[in-house]
Design a protein around this ligand. Structure first.
Ligand code: NI
Length: 272
């Protein structure tokens, strides 16, 4: 990435060929430090738990044990300063280079992989989570580690070229529909994965169909990652009726969200 915050032609070509790309710096050290502090506060205070926006991606939320892979959806709703982070403009610019000028921020999430016991992120294609029948679009995710990301703490791993293949079969981990995560059970070889260690504030950028996962955190430090997902132009696709593995999901976070809304928690929903 150049000083102009643009990917080079070579980088764009590599993304199209491999389905992912890493860049060494999208957020500067000051900003990374500030974001890290916000993340730690949000996770320590269980921000969003009651409304189902924070949950254990790798667990069932109901066993009283500490979450192994806590995640917060759209964390800026709980920390407005995240909405002002400078790297967001660079991320949008990169996403538009890859998916076109109409590309917009679609959603974002914060993931914490706790020191020593953070769970692996199962192999999956982000597109397998898609639950908006009748539409088609491309998506890119920009994954930014807020400390070094290494093999020991669970850096991203990708299967080169997997974005050019089909959506493979997925299921809930352990076939347990109470777990939010999905795991790919289609044919691929995890041993062929490319690990992507990164410095703090670097970025791993991937297409929604690229198979990816991340290992456990065996280190003594938490591994935090901020992910911005961008959506390109949306086209109608009547043939897409949703994926079967999403229809059976029944998570505690979904139940908390419904309960919260029923208590009148989300004014926007009621009045829209
Ligand atoms: Ni993913």
């Amino acid at each position: 990435m150049s000083a102009l915050d643009q990917l080079s032609h070579e980088e764009v070509a590599r993304f199209r060929q491999d389905g992912f790309l890493t860049v060494p710096c999208i957020a500067d050290p000051d900003e990374v430090e500030q974001l890290r502090g916000v993340f730690d506060r949000l996770f320590q205070t269980a921000a969003g738990w009651e409304k189902g926006a924070q949950f254990d991606l790798a667990g069932t939320d109901d066993d009283q044990r500490p979450a192994k892979l806590p995640q917060i959806l759209n964390p800026a709703q709980f920390a407005p300063e995240l909405g002002e982070a400078r790297f967001r403009a660079k991320a949008l610019s990169v996403a538009r280079q890859l998916l076109g000028a109409e590309t917009q921020l679609w959603f974002e999430h914060a993931i914490l992989k706790p020191a020593h016991y953070g769970a692996a992120t199962p192999w999956h294609q982000d597109e397998a989570h898609r639950d908006d029948p009748g539409t088609d679009y491309e998506q890119v995710s920009i994954w930014v580690p807020l400390q070094e990301a290494t093999l020991a703490n669970g850096c991203m791993r990708y299967i080169v070229g997997s974005h050019l293949g089909p959506i493979l079969e997925h299921r809930s981990p352990n076939n347990d529909p109470r777990i939010t995560a999905l795991e790919c059970i289609g044919p691929f070889d995890p041993a062929s994965a490319t690990p992507c260690p990164l410095p703090p504030g670097g970025a791993a950028i991937h297409h929604c169909r690229t198979l990816h996962g991340a290992g456990e955190n065996h280190s003594s430090m938490p591994r935090r990652a901020y992910i911005l997902a961008f959506r390109g132009p949306v086209r109608p696709n009547p043939e897409f009726r949703g994926y079967p593995w999403n229809l059976t999901k029944k998570t505690a976070a979904q139940e908390r969200k419904v309960a919260w809304e029923n208590r009148g928690g989300m004014l926007g929903r009621a009045s829209r």
